[in-house]
Design a protein around this ligand. Sequence first.
Ligand code: NAP
Length: 311
Amino acid sequence: MIALVTRMTADVEQLWLAALSQNLPGETIVPFRQLDEDARQKVDIAIVANPDPADIARLPGLKWIHSVWAGVERLVSELGESRLPIVRLVDPQLSRTMAEAVLVWTYYLFRDMPAYAKFQREHVWQQLAYRRPEQVTIGLLGLGALGAASASRLKEAGFSVIGWSRSAKSLAGVETFHGEEGLDLLLSRSDILVCLLPLTSETKGLLNRDRLSKLPADASLINFARGPIVVDGDLIEALDSGAMKHAVLDVFDIEPLPADNALWDHPAITVLPHISAPTDRETAAAIVAGNILTYRSTGALPTTVDLERGY
Ligand code: NAP
């Protein structure tokens, strides 16, 4: 039996239940809140979205957990000690959606839209110099499912693309770096820095004053990963001093971003409400179902999250 354990509203949870049931007609899938004590004993797989860890603890026969989201830092910190295997969503549609967002907001910065919006507000007729995309270097932090897809989309658009990952990687047409020294090299060349790293103990606070100061003059940042990877105060300092030009932030330490947070009104910050790559229920349900069917027929789990690394 499969439990659906979420903190979604009942309406949204019903939509997920329908999508999953359609893809898994041979399975019994029940929202956690509808499981009685007897049924809870029979659950061996949990499909989760931001579950309450106390609910997971009440499923004694659980063998593994499948998240319908790509980011798993909260699951790792709340459920890591249980040592239950955690599978995260890896969905080509999600990668396409993120690559599209990276391209769109890269264009926004590349074609100086924040400056032209300001000129218009001030009734200033001013033309900025044009640079060709290949004259602009985009530095990608993270070359996983989302970073690699974004790299190829940016390459297609003609940008110079460089990337950084934990282990050495090779990607067609992309100069790649790894390790602390590699990070310094990447930062020193990134006109637009795009963060697509998972939030782990190693990446928390990674983009601090020291690292942001290694960017070229007038660099911009796009953070589509997780808020705590960037030290907000250090970013604001770099923007206020004019060392950095602009930041597009889709993720924050606290979400929703509190109404009184200074980031909302900063003239050099674009605030987005965590919309760069939403999970697509239809494609995600099919992927989760495929993983469960493989497990049922072969006993093999898909790639699980490395609880030590945290992603
Ligand atoms: P992924 O496939 O696990 O890739 C992570 C990448 O980051 C890998 O290249 C990995 O290096 C690198 N990395 C991890 N720790 C590192 C470190 N300490 N130093 C250097 N590189 C490191 O993850 P993904 O699917 O691309 O997703 C990335 C993140 O995007 C998620 O964790 C989530 O937080 C975020 N996300 C945001 C949204 C949104 O709407 N804003 C939507 C979905 C996901 P290796 O290749 O060497 O392992």
